[in-house]
Design a protein around this ligand. Structure first.
Ligand SMILES: Cc1cc2nc3c(=O)[nH]c(=O)nc-3n(C[C@H](O)[C@H](O)[C@H](O)COP(=O)(O)OP(=O)(O)OC[C@H]3O[C@@H](n4cnc5c(N)ncnc54)[C@H](O)[C@@H]3O)c2cc1C
Length: 385
């Protein structure tokens, strides 16, 4: 039976950044990933200042910045194109020492992978269970022999099989809306700003990327696993978003059916623990959140930076895992709850509720509307408790 000091299950952003942390520390590990190939599926991903600071702590910031795009502005509009919120991007960039930054997932994945020894990765390895033994942890797989390790890092995402074995009532929760994403050519459109539109039929957001690409997302209220929505083509989406601002129409006109990626939006109820002796939960497996604050991947990256800090500091791994839990629980809990609240309000459909929300947003003092993001970015997540 194979044995390593650490095992990581899951090769998403959380698993790969955790692997970089272990590489930095010279720790022996293996990473088990169920997919036959590791690549970033999805469209763009926004990395806020906190994620970039975490990358800086890991010594990766400068290289990552070469791969993405700094957004000069990101505004929130109503469906007529009137401004609901216009964050002062320059001031935010000065305060938090980072401009809005977006990157394509595939580019981020490829970069993270390039920092890991490929011989440490086992692809096509779907973990199905684990057991804590006296001398470590045994991991069972779908189609291969079990593996043994001293410490297990669970990073298998929101649907995490291993988390649900550990905490059976931690099933993913459906947020009530489903989300299409696509990456398209921006060479003719030349859209150079980020926009999110809140309307009665749903939300539509878009953001330019490097190399003349652009990604967009659209969230519509729907039943969970809706077969009707799964069959939607670009034409159906054009019908939904008819009357939305020109940018939305242009972007949809440029999109092919084969570009569409559909996901129901999920999170998990905040957990009470992330550390279980020799086992640690990270990333979406630990604290999956709705994407309304753009923080899911950012929090996975923070996890890796905090893991680097606690493993450097503590003499035993169990103490390091406990400190990790103490430093991560309340911050990630806040994000899950706040992000869910924002999504609930953003997805309102009733015309009167939407009218009241939009009217209020137009007169709300700027500082008040920025409170959740300021709370998030002002906190020093690298500080020990
Ligand atoms: C529409 C949308 C938009 C988003 N936008 C943003 C954004 O702008 N900014 C941001 O910060 N976040 C964003 N997020 C959130 C972000 O995508 C996630 O938080 C992040 O990808 C989580 O990474 P992860 O590695 O924890 O999980 P995942 O990406 O889910 O990776 C888990 C990995 O584990 C593997 N796996 C699963 N089960 C097993 C198993 N049993 N055995 C072995 N391997 C397994 C999977 O194949 C996968 O590779 C968005 C999410 C959505 C849905």
């Amino acid at each position: 039976m194979k044995r390593s000091d650490f095992a990581i299950v899951g090769g998403g952003i959380a698993g790969l950044t955790a692997a970089i942390t272990l590489e930095r520390l010279g720790i022996d590990y293996r990473l088990y990933e169920s997919a036959p190939e590791l690549k970033g599926i999805g469209a763009g991903v926004g990395l806020a200042a906190n994620a970039m600071h975490a990358f800086e702590y890991m010594g990766l910031r400068e290289e990552i910045e070469q791969l993405g795009h700094h957004l000069p502005s990101f505004n929130l509009w109503d469906e007529k194109g009137e401004i609901l919120l216009k964050p002062d991007t320059q001031k935010i960039a000065q305060t938090f020492k980072q401009e809005n930054f977006v990157i394509h997932r595939a580019d981020l994945h490829a970069f993270l992978l390039s920092k890991i020894e490929s011989s440490r990765i086992s692809l096509g390895s779907r973990a199905t269970r684990f057991s804590m033994e006296n001398k470590g942890v045994q991991i069972g797989f779908e189609r291969q022999h079990a593996a043994e390790c001293e410490k297990l890092i669970i990073a298998d995402g929101v649907h995490s099989t291993l988390r649900q074995q550990l905490i059976p009532n931690s099933k993913p929760r459906y947020a009530g809306y489903t989300c299409w994403r696509a990456t398209i050519d921006n060479s003719k459109l030349k859209i150079d700003k980020g926009i999110e539109v809140w309307g009665r039929k749903g939300r539509f957001g878009l953001s330019p990327l490097v190399n003349d690409r652009l990604y967009w997302y659209a969230c519509i209220n729907a039943e969970r696993n809706s077969k009707e929505k799964a069959a939607y083509s670009v034409r159906d989406l054009k019908n939904v978003f008819v009357g939305y601002p020109d940018e939305v129409q242009h972007v949809l006109a440029q999109t092919q059916d084969s570009d569409l990626i559909l996901n129901d939006i999920l999170d998990i109820k905040p957990l009470k623990r992330y550390a279980y002796g020799s086992v640690l939960l990270i990333g979406d497996a630990a604290h999956a959140t709705t994407p309304n604050m753009g923080q899911g991947a950012c929090q996975a990256i923070e996890d890796a930076a905090v893991m680097l800090s606690v493993l450097r500091k503590n003499s035993t791994v169990s103490d390091a895992f406990t400190e990790f839990e103490n430093r991560r629980l309340s911050r990630t809990r806040y994000i899950i709850r706040q992000s869910k609240r924002i999504g609930d309000i953003a997805q309102w459909e009733h015309p009167f509720a939407v009218f009241c929300r939009n009217s209020l947003m137009k007169i709300l003092p700027y500082r008040w509307s920025q409170k959740p993001i300021a709370k998030l970015l002002n906190a020093d997540f690298m500080k020990s408790n």
